[in-house]
Design a protein around this ligand. Structure first.
Ligand SMILES: Nc1nc2c(c(=O)[nH]1)N[C@H]1C(S)=C(S)[C@@H](COP(=O)(O)OP(=O)(O)OC[C@H]3O[C@@H](n4cnc5c(=O)[nH]c(N)nc54)[C@H](O)[C@@H]3O)O[C@H]1N2
Ligand SMILES: Nc1nc2c(c(=O)[nH]1)N[C@H]1C(S)=C(S)[C@@H](COP(=O)(O)OP(=O)(O)OC[C@H]3O[C@@H](n4cnc5c(=O)[nH]c(N)nc54)[C@H](O)[C@@H]3O)O[C@H]1N2
Ligand code: SF4
Ligand SMILES: [Mo]
Length: 710
C-alpha cells in the first residue's frame, strides 16, 4: 500500500516467541514507524519495546554487510577484513571439505543459537549443508534452555515437539514456576499481550500463583507469589503429587482411558510429604497442600514451568512432574488447561520424534538428544585429543561465549581451534574467533513464516509476510548461504547436492499438504496468506487426545524409569553449604539474550547488569547498594554493581545473562558502552541436570565479597 510518500507493510516480529503482528511504514529505503497490527488474530495490536528494534537492527552501522576474513597482523594479533562472497564461500567450503577428508565428519563441530529457530530460512536450509556433515559434535542453545521439555514430551507424549500449551484465556487457576512472561513475553508458550491475558484471568475470578526465588514483574501481578529455594522445585511438585494421591484428588477424567503409569508414580511419591518438601523449598507444608487442592478443584487449571525450572539441576524431573500434575488433575487436553496445538505447518508430523542417549560424548560421556550433545561439554570436545576431536567450529546465529556455562573457557578454546566459520551478522564475543564470518541479510530484507512458534501458540493462526525491503545487490539470505555452502561442499566431496528450493516454496508445499491445505475448505497456501497479510485465524486450541499422541501405543506414558530413578538422585542431594549464595538469572523486556545491546533505544537509561540481593543479606554483609562485589564460583569470578532489592529471596542473588561486551576485536559501539559482565563467566559447566545434560545456569553456588578493586 502506498500514499505516494510512504508504503505500508505487514510483518510479524520474529525477535521473541510471541509472534506479534506489526505494521511497518517506510519511505524509500527508510523505516518511518513500526506499530502493532490490530488485525493480527493472535497479537491483536500488542507489541513490546523491542518491536522498533527491527529498524535499529536493520540500520545498525555495526551490522556486517559483507563477509569478513580474519588475517594475522602481528604474532597473536588479528584483524577482520571484508572479502567478496564468492571467495568467502569457497574458503569456507575448502576448509570444511579438507577437515572432513583429513579427520572425518566428527572433526566439524557445530553450534546453533536461539535466532536460528526464529529464522525460517535457517530452519529449512541448514540441512542443505549438514546432510553432508552428520557430525556427532552438534550443539545448540537447546541444552542451555528447553532440553528437559523436549525430553519429557518425547517420553510422555511420543514426540519432542508435542508440548502442552497453557490455554490462558480460558483458565481459572494458573500455577507458574520459573517463568517471567512479563519480561520474556512467554516461552514454549506463544502468548502476545500476556500481561492483559493474565489480568483478565484475575478479573474473571481466577487465580495466578507464581513460584520464583525473585518477586518478578509477573509475580507482582499475580494473586499470590511464593519464594522458593533455587533448584528445589522438584520437591514442591513431587509433594503436590503426593498430596493429590493421599487426599484422593487424582482425577484424570477421560485421560484415564489412555494414560499408563499413574500407579508407579503413586508409589514413587509415597514418602515425599509436604513437610519434607517444606524443609527444602522454604514453602510451608500447608501452602503446598493448599495449592495442590486449589489446582485439583479448579474447573480448569494449568501447571506450567519454564526456563527457571528447566535450567536447574533437576530440570527434566521438574518438567516431568509438571506434566504428571496436569494429567493427575485432569487438566491436560481440556479447554482452560494445557492443550496441544494444531498448526497449519505441523512440526509433529513434519519432523522426526527425537531420540535420547543413542550415543554419548567422548569426553564426559554425556547423552545426545536429537543428535545434539549438551553445550556444557563443547570445550571438552574441542580439547580432548583423539578421533572425533573438533578441529573446525561452525556457529550459526549463536553467541555461546556469552550464553553457555564457563564461557571464558570456551572463549579460550575457540582460539585454539584450527578453523572457525560463523554465519552471523555480528562481530561479537564468539565470532571474533572466526576465520570467516558470513553475514546474512537483515530481518527486514527477507520474508517470514514462523515454522517453530505457531506450534506453541495459544491459538491456531497462520501468517506469512514478504520482505519489507529488497535485499541489497549481492547480499545473501541465511538460507542462500547454507544452500551455497551445501553445493560447494558436496562438489568437493563428490556427493550429490540437495536441490535448492526457496523456503517459501517449501512452506507452500507443507501448508497445502497440511491440515488446513488443499483438501480442506481453508485452502491455505502462501498465495492465500499473501492475500491476508495480518494472518488467518484457525481457531482456539481443541482437545485432541488420544489421536494426537505419538507414543507407540498412543497412550500417555508417566512411569519413565530414568525419571523415577532421578527422584532418588534428588532425595540424596539436599545439602546447601552455609556461607554460599545461590545465583539465578533474570530477563528484562528490553534485552534479548546477548545480541540486542547495540541499539540506543533499548539501552538508554541506567545499567541493567546489576547484582540484586535481599536488603537483609546486604545489611548482614555490611554492604550498600552501588558498591562493587566480587562473585566467585568454582570456575571463576566477576565483579558487579550491587543493588539491594526486596524482590530477592534471602540467600539468592540475581544477575542477567548476555552482557560482557566490549572485548577486543568485537564490533559494537553502543554495546561496548554498556558492556556489563558475563554471568556465564561464573556459571559452571559441571553443574548440570545430570538426567538430560542440560546446563544448570540457575542455582549456581557462589561466594560474595566486597571487591578489592573498588
Ligand atoms: N546464565 C544464563 N545463560 C543463559 C540463559 C540464562 O537465562 N542465563 N539463557 C539461555 C537461553 S534460554 C538461550 S536461548 C541462550 C541463547 O544463546 P545463543 O543463541 O547462543 O545467543 P544469542 O545471544 O541469542 O545470540 C544470537 C546470535 O545470533 C545472531 N543473529 C541474530 N539474528 C540472526 C539471523 O537472523 N541470522 C543469523 N545467522 N544470525 C542471527 C546474533 O548476531 C547473535 O550473534 O542463552 C542461554 N544462556
Ligand atoms: N525480553 C526478553 N525476552 C526474551 C528473552 C530475553 O533474553 N529477553 N529470551 C527469550 C528466550 S531465549 C527464552 S528461553 C525465554 C525464557 O522465558 P522465561 O522462561 O519466562 O524466562 P525468564 O524471564 O528468565 O524467567 C525465568 C524465571 O525463573 C526464575 N528462577 C530461577 N531459578 C529458579 C528456580 O530454581 N526455581 C524457580 N521456580 N524459579 C527460578 C527466575 O527468577 C526468573 O524469574 O524468553 C525469551 N524472551
Ligand atoms: S513481544 Fe516479542 S514478538 Fe512481540 S514485539 Fe516484542 S519482541 Fe516482538
Ligand atoms: Mo531460550
Amino acid at each position: 500500500m502506498s500514499d505516494g510518500t510512504t508504503q505500508t507493510h505487514h510483518r510479524v516480529c520474529h525477535l521473541c516467541e510471541a509472534m506479534c503482528g506489526l505494521v511497518i511504514r517506510t519511505a524509500g529505503n527508510q523505516v518511518v514507524d513500526i506499530r502493532g497490527d490490530d488485525n493480527d488474530p493472535l497479537s491483536r495490536g500488542h507489541v513490546c519495546p523491542k518491536a522498533v528494534a527491527l529498524q535499529d537492527i536493520h540500520e545498525d552501522p555495526d551490522r556486517l554487510r559483507k563477509p569478513l576474513k580474519r588475517v594475522r597482523t602481528a604474532p597473536g594479533e588479528y584483524q577482520h577484513i571484508e572479502i567478496e562472497w564468492a571467495e568467502a564461500l569457497d574458503l569456507a567450503a575448502d576448509a570444511l571439505a579438507s577437515t572432513i577428508e583429513t579427520h572425518g565428519v566428527d572433526a566439524v563441530g557445530a553450534y546453533f543459537g536461539n535466532p536460528s529457530v526464529h529464522n525460517y530460512g535457517m530452519l529449512t536450509h541448514q540441512r542443505n549443508l549438514f546432510r553432508h556433515i552428520r557430525t556427532r559434535n552438534r550443539f545448540s542453545a537447546t541444552s542451555v534452555d528447553q532440553l528437559p521439555h523436549h525430553l519429557v514430551s518425547l517420553w510422555c507424549f511420543g514426540h519432542m515437539l508435542l508440548h502442552p500449551i497453557p490455554d490462558v484465556d480460558r483458565t481459572h487457576y494458573f500455577l507458574m514456576l520459573g517463568a517471567n512472561p512479563l519480561a520474556s513475553n512467554g516461552s514454549i508458550w506463544t502468548v502476545p499481550d500476556v500481561r492483559r491475558r493474565l489480568k483478565d484471568l484475575k478479573s474473571r475470578g481466577g487465580k495466578l500463583v507464581v513460584v520464583d526465588p525473585r518477586r518478578t514483574e509477573t509475580a507482582e501481578l499475580a494473586s499470590e507469589h511464593l519464594f522458593i529455594n533455587p533448584g528445589t522445585d522438584a520437591a514442591l511438585l513431587l509433594a503436590m503429587i503426593h498430596v493429590l494421591f493421599r487426599d484422593g484428588l487424582v482425577a484424570p477424567g477421560p485421560l484415564a482411558d489412555f494414560t499408563d503409569g499413574l500407579d508407579e508414580v503413586a508409589d514413587a511419591v509415597g514418602e515425599l510429604t509436604p513437610e519434607w518438601a517444606a524443609s527444602l523449598t522454604g514453602i510451608a507444608a500447608a501452602d503446598i497442600e493448599r495449592i495442590a487442592h486449589e489446582l485439583a478443584s479448579a474447573e480448569a487449571g494449568i501447571c506450567y514451568g519454564r526456563m527457571g525450572v528447566s535450567t536447574q539441576a533437576y530440570g527434566a524431573l521438574c518438567q516431568w512432574a509438571i506434566q504428571v500434575v496436569n494429567v493427575a488433575t485432569g487438566h491436560l487436553d481440556k479447554p482452560g488447561g494445557s492443550l496441544f496445538t494444531h498448526p497449519a505447518m505441523d512440526q509433529v508430523v513434519n519432523t522426526n520424534p527425537g531420540g535420547f542417549a543413542r550415543f554419548a560424548s567422548r569426553g564426559r560421556g554425556l547423552p545426545e538428544f536429537n543428535y545434539e550433545l549438551p553445550a556444557v561439554t563443547m570445550v571438552d570436545e574441542i580439547r580432548t585429543e583423539g578421533e572425533g576431536q573438533i578441529r573446525l567450529m561452525f556457529t550459526g546465529a549463536g553467541n555461546p561465549v556469552l550464553s553457555t556455562p564457563n564461557g571464558r573457557a570456551l572463549d579460550e578454546a575457540l582460539e585454539e581451534i584450527e578453523y572457525m566459520i560463523s554465519v552471523d551478522p555480528a562481530l561479537n564475543e564468539t565470532t571474533r574467533h572466526a576465520d570467516l564470518i558470513l553475514p546474512p541479510t537483515s530481518p527486514l530484507e527477507h520474508d517470514h513464516y514462523d515454522i517453530a512458534f505457531h506450534n506453541l501458540a495459544i491459538r491456531n493462526t497462520a501468517r506469512y509476510n514478504p520482505p519489507v525491503f529488497e535485499k541489497p545487490e549481492g547480499a545473501l539470505h541465511d538460507w542462500e548461504i547454507f544452500a551455497a555452502l551445501g553445493e560447494r561442499v558436496a562438489s568437493r566431496l563428490n556427493l550429490e547436492a540437495m536441490p535448492t528450493v526457496p523456503p517459501d516454496r517449501l512452506i507452500d508445499a507443507a501448508l497445502r499438504a497440511g491440515p488446513y491445505g488443499d483438501h480442506t475448505e481453508w485452502q491455505l497456501s502462501i498465495e492465500k496468506l499473501k492475500a491476508h497479510p495480518s494472518g488467518i485465524d484457525l481457531g482456539p486450541l481443541q482437545p485432541s487426545c488420544p489421536d494426537r499422541l505419538q507414543t507407540p501405543n498412543q497412550r500417555i506414558q508417566l512411569a519413565i524409569p530414568e525419571v523415577l530413578a532421578d527422584i532418588q538422585r534428588f532425595r540424596a542431594d539436599t545439602v546447601i553449604p552455609a556461607e554460599h549464595y545461590r545465583l539465578i538469572g533474570r530477563r528484562h523486556v528490553r534485552d534479548n539474550n546477548s545480541w540486542m545491546h547495540n541499539h540506543h533505544r533499548l539501552m538508554k537509561g541506567k545499567s541493567r547488569c546489576q547484582l540484586l540481593m535481599n536488603p537483609v543479606d546486604v545489611e548482614k554483609e555490611g554492604w550498600q547498594s552501588g558498591m562493587t562485589v566480587t562473585i566467585q564460583s568454582r570456575v571463576g569470578s566477576i565483579d558487579a554493581e550491587l543493588l539491594a532489592s526486596d524482590e530477592m529471596m534471602r540467600g539468592v542473588v540475581s544477575l542477567p545473562h548476555g552482557y560482557g561486551h566490549g572485548l577486543q576485536g568485537t564490533r559494537g559501539e553502543i554495546a561496548g558502552r554498556h558492556a556489563g559482565v558475563s554471568c556465564n563467566d561464573i556459571t559452571d559447566e559441571l553443574f548440570i541436570d545430570a538426567l538430560s545434560g542440560n546446563a544448570a545456569v540457575n542455582g549456581v553456588l557462589v561466594q560474595l565479597s566486597a571487591s578489592a578493586a573498588a
